[in-house]
Design a protein around this ligand. Structure first.
Ligand code: NDP
Length: 324
């Protein structure tokens, strides 16, 4: 089977399509997936560069998100059954024509959603949903700043925030991404220089109750400064490359919470993951949220896909197609 392998830590040139042996038959609790579409994530860039904490060491097979059809199941697997269309998550190995994956990390792909849409769904849906709704306890009427709103995660977060009844201030680096954030339902879409002013303007000067931050660095510091007392900052990533170091004393004085979320922790807890799927998938089924796929490329162009995501010129999700 064709699989994407990272040969060494480094740039996109270390990403290669190789002919690998067929995956082994699925063991207990596993399923074999015919992969139809794969989602590229920022963490794929970090893993390839050797910057992902606890990440795999080269050479390794890449790919953490995919959609496809279950074609065989291992012992003890009741669901998903053979023939089920699923989206799947894994620590790696999903950028492939076929892959073995844990049954507990497969979720039924809602009817009406294509495999391409499916490949863009689980990472963003679970991350944005668990951060905003479960951990952030967002309540209708609150105001949220959503950073990097033109990204895969950001486009999902904007839609979920709207679904939760929040007023949304979205940030993005280009006018085109901001236009699309507004089309997805952001009340205000602005540049990274303007969000404090816009958030204060919409909240009678009090500041937002919530910030959804996948960028970190300077933006994190400014976000905490504008967050109102009793506000919650949901920290889900660090695209800036600068890990945030919140000042504990300031958090006490301002009665603020910084809450982290990592998808790996959700997958380590299958009961919690099932509950998240049960709560969040209906919002996809009823059309309240829709994965935003900005780009589709053949799997063989995985290095170019890495370049595109690094460039900050991508919109929404980049999806790779094993079928070309
Ligand atoms: P995106 O599609 O959001 O791409 C990253 C975006 O971040 C860019 O498009 C860019 O948008 C913005 N950005 C802001 N500052 C920088 C910078 N200095 N360098 C590069 N990009 C920057 O990627 P993903 O949706 O895959 O991931 C977004 C972030 O969320 C990542 O940090 C990722 O690691 C994290 N994440 C965390 C998860 C978790 O489990 N906690 C799960 C999924 C993602 P713009 O040009 O508008 O600034």
């Amino acid at each position: 089977v064709k699989r994407v392998r990272v040969a060494a830590f480094g740039g996109p040139e270390t990403v290669e399509l190789v002919d690998a042996p067929e995956p082994s038959t699925p063991g207990p609790g596993e399923v074999l997936l015919a992969v139809e579409a794969c989602g590229l994530n920022f963490s794929d860039l970090l893993q390839r560069a050797g910057l992902y904490p606890g990440g795999p060491r080269p050479p390794f097979f890449a790919g953490q998100e995919a959609a496809g059809v279950v074609i065989a199941v291992g012992a003890g697997v009741g669901t998903p059954a053979v023939g089920t269309r699923v989206v799947a998550l894994a620590a790696g190995g999903l950028f492939a024509e076929r892959a073995v994956v844990a049954a507990s990390a497969c979720f039924t792909l809602p009817d009406g959603l294509s495999f391409v849409d499916g490949a863009a769904l689980p990472v963003s849906l679970f991350t944005a949903g668990c951060a905003l709704a479960t951990l952030g306890r967002a309540r209708a009427g609150e105001t949220a700043v959503i950073h990097a709103a033109g990204g895969a995660l950001g486009t999902m977060a904007v839609q979920l925030a709207r679904r939760l009844g929040l007023t949304v201030v979205a940030t993005a680096s280009t006018a085109e991404k901001r236009t699309r954030a507004a089309e997805l339902g952001a009340d205000v879409a602005c540049s990274y220089d303007e969000f404090e002013g816009e958030a204060r303007r919409l909240t009678d000067g009090c500041g937002p109750e919530l910030v959804f931050d996948s960028v970190g660095g300077e933006l994190f510091r400014r976000s905490l400064a504008v967050l109102r007392p009793f506000g919650r900052l949901l920290l889900v990533g660090c695209s800036s490359g600068e890990p945030p170091r919140p000042d504990g004393l300031k958090l006490i004085h301002r009665s603020q919470a910084v809450i982290g979320f990592h998808l790996g922790a959700l997958l380590d807890d299958p009961a919690r993951a099932r509950q998240a799927a049960a709560e969040l998938m209906p919002w996809v089924v009823d059309g309240a949220v829709r994965p935003q796929v900005g780009h589709t490329l053949p799997l063989a162009e995985a290095p170019a896909a890495h370049e595109l995501l690094m460039s900050r010129r991508s919109y929404g999700k980049i999806v790779l197609l094993p079928g070309g």
